[in-house]
Design a protein. Structure first.
Length: 194
């Protein structure tokens, strides 16, 4: 799996059109829908495993397990889902405050990314921290909206901004490979989300 900008844009566009065309448009529902779009997109996040290998305990010295290298570990779906309330609350608050720069949404996305602590594939588990390095700046979206941009144009810009933030975030941590018995952690070299 990988982060898909086109899927994110399509989901955001559907969500925005649903709210626009609804007789019972609801701010909280709009915030929940936007948060759901981001979480569904984020469930595709993965890292490529490189670094120093985990070790299998052995006498007289542990045995390295290089089989982990090059594997593509994906975010634990439960971890991705658990951060949704952070997004929903901040998006809703941004809507309530009519925040023109969407600073609360930017902060929510940055905070959400830091919750990405577990990536795995098969018996390989990578545990650590993910640090976002490029905050989402929504000025181009606001400008397009004020200029009469269509929902499609605006959601395209929004998806690109969100994707830039996710695809520049860096995961650092350790790994084990329970399937081979390599349970002495190896170090994951900083890996960019993809």
């Amino acid at each position: 799996m990988a982060l898909s900008t086109s899927d994110l844009q399509g989901n955001l566009e559907s969500s925005f059109l649903k709210q626009r065309d609804s007789d019972a448009s609801n701010q909280l529902q709009a915030a929940q829908d936007m948060a759901t779009c981001i979480v569904e997109y984020a469930k595709g996040a993965s890292i490529t495993i490189v670094g120093s290998p985990p070790l299998t305990p052995a006498v007289p010295s542990p045995i390295p397990d290089p089989s982990v290298f090059g594997q593509r570990a994906t975010i634990n779906p439960g971890v991705a889902q658990a951060g949704q309330p952070i997004l929903t609350a901040q998006i809703n608050q941004s809507f309530t405050l009519k925040d023109p720069v969407m600073g609360l949404i930017s902060a929510a996305i940055m905070t959400y990314i830091t919750t990405f602590t577990i990536f795995s594939i098969g018996g390989i588990t990578c545990t650590g921290v993910t640090a976002p390095v490029t905050p989402p700046v929504f000025a181009p979206l606001t400008a397009k909206g004020l200029d009469g941009g269509s929902v499609e144009e605006c959601t395209g810009i929004l998806a690109d901004i969100i994707h830039l933030t996710f695809s520049t975030a860096i995961f650092n941590g350790v790994m084990i490979n329970a399937t081979t018995g390599a349970v002495i952690p190896g170090v994951v070299t900083p890996s960019i989300l993809m």
